[in-house]
Design a protein around this ligand. Structure first.
Ligand SMILES: [Zn+2]
Length: 69
């Protein structure tokens, strides 16, 4: 967790951080990652880069996998 101090009021505010389930980097609640999601029965957090990578992967797979019925 990180702390932000308002220099005008002196008030402290704690910024919650999350550990990415793929690359283990920390990201804050202010970033666009997935903070607490569920894949199957596993709780995951994804940093902005890994979340973007998941979207790219699914886009690629949608385009390149043929659906046979
Ligand atoms: Zn990551």
């Amino acid at each position: 967790m990180g702390k932000v101090i308002n220099i005008h009021t002196g008030r402290e505010r704690t910024i919650q951080t999350f550990d990415c389930s793929i690359c283990d980097s920390k990201f804050s609640e202010n970033e666009t990652g997935l903070q607490r999601g569920i894949i199957g029965s596993t709780i995951v957090s994804l940093c902005p880069i890994c979340l973007s990578g998941i979207f790219n992967l699914t886009d690629y797979l949608k385009q390149h996998m043929s659906i046979e019925e």
